[in-house]
Write a protein that binds this ligand. Sequence first.
Ligand SMILES: C[S@@+](CC[C@H](N)C(=O)[O-])C[C@H]1O[C@@H](n2cnc3c(N)ncnc32)[C@H](O)[C@@H]1O
Length: 282
Amino acid sequence: MRIVSGLKRLGCVALLLVTGAAPAAAQATQQSPPPAPPATAPYEPSSGQQGKDVVWVPTSEALVEKMLDLGQVTASDYVIDLGSGDGRTVIAAARRGATAEGIEYNPDMVALSQRKASEAGVGAKASFKQADLFASDFSKATVITMFLLPDINVRLRPQILEMKPGTRIVSNTFTMGDWEADKQETVSDCMSWCTALLWIVPAKVEGTWETPSGTLTLTQKYQTFTGTLGAAGITGGKLDGDKIEFDANGVHYAGRVNGTTIEGTTTGAASGTWKASRAPGA
Ligand SMILES: C[S@@+](CC[C@H](N)C(=O)[O-])C[C@H]1O[C@@H](n2cnc3c(N)ncnc32)[C@H](O)[C@@H]1O
């Protein structure tokens, strides 16, 4: 009995200790909340900071506008900036009324861009995606802008050449290997990264076509081509998106490529209309 009552007493003491400790801890929690975490300063990127495949260096505002001018960006465009940095090109395109999207690997830059887009009042037109541009589908763009590196442009080139004919590609300064730019312009009063280059995705015309004037055989290199029409050689073969022109036999042919047909007009030695169809299996 004495042992049992001793255990009971011990139990009471233990209970008192436990029940006594709990309210004290609860009070401590209520009376002194944990200190608030230090307020974080807004994210500030610094020019030259590391990026996944390219460092971040911003395009000057003047060149951004020049790039959008060269790409003839309007409200009916869907612009995608590959590696969108702080979002300035996307925001400028959205200010022109275009729907614009940035693809950027650095999540802090994505958040910064989103904030800047809403501050600029274009949050509804400008969106940003945290993604690797090499793993992204940008095929719906009507205009691509980029400030990457020459070898990255060349790596992107096959994907770009699969885009809809007429898609405009505008690069800050860097070229695209042996695909020569259709146009380029430089901003004045500029120390570095001052040139905008434009490429227009050409229609695919390589191969054999049938026309009333004979077989048209074309060898294409990007926006230019050589070849023959019947026995005559072709000169001045040029593509501007889906627009095609060349000269053969003193006739100037102009037209539009639409998949497996070309239709247009002739001037010079013969004026009228012309049509070509892809030769079966060509
Ligand atoms: C030279 S900056 C250009 C930024 C912006 N387009 C401009 O013109 O101001 C290149 C940007 O590409 C981003 N970048 C690098 N590699 C990338 C990748 N694989 N996928 C997506 N973004 C990438 C970098 O974080 C950087 O913001």
